[in-house]
Design a binder for this molecule. Sequence first.
Ligand SMILES: [Zn+2]
Ligand SMILES: [Zn+2]
Length: 251
Amino acid sequence: MVAASDLHIHSALSPCGSLEMSPSAIVAEAKRRGLQAIAVTDHNSVENALIARRVGERLGVKVFCGMEAQSVEEVHLLVLFEDPEEARLFWEEVYPSLPEIPNNPEYFGDQVVVDEEENILRFEEKLLLNSLTLSLGEIVEIGRRRRGWVVPAHVESDRFGLLVQLGFIPPELEEGVLELSRWGWSHEGEVFKTFPDLVGRRLVAHSDAHYLRDIGRGRTLYEVPDLSLASLQKAGREGSFRVQLWEGAVE
Ligand SMILES: [Zn+2]
Ligand SMILES: [Zn+2]
């Protein structure tokens, strides 16, 4: 089967994520746009992802619980989990490394945990868009110990991209896929010229949506036997996928 996947979506829990991005709304929109698998990946948290997972089970969309973790080097890494409990344990382990800096809702927007019926459960008080005090290597190690799939996000971006912040692809991330941003995909020639190391790599696309209208605008179509995370990860490693970018108007 071909699994149309968008594995980088923010919810209302991300300070930059629109309040319309409740777990229920995200999953319903993903279904409407023909996605079989998505990941909800808020900055340094998994709480709304855990709720989206339950919505996905009801609506027939595979939802992976994920996190866009920010390392001390200011690199963004997607860490995706098959098992929601492993995602929760991963979060429990890394969250104490998030500095005790309060969110400023007037500047960043509220960070809200929303249940399946659109009720606000709580406001996250710590600013989530911040670096953990963990190194990239430590996040990779903790994530993999919990059987997570680590995918460096928007690697070419001068905001939190691996190739800009670190300047190279570390050995522990050599084998898997790397995400190019939607901007990167529309400027491929320029990106490959700036980062020749990307030529021949396994490069995937996701939306990094912060608004409903952007869900699925960057997607990766994996050739897989089933919708498990392991199957998608294997297809990624083997190059059994193609990417699809869609910048046109939304109906
Ligand atoms: Zn990011
Ligand atoms: Zn993101």
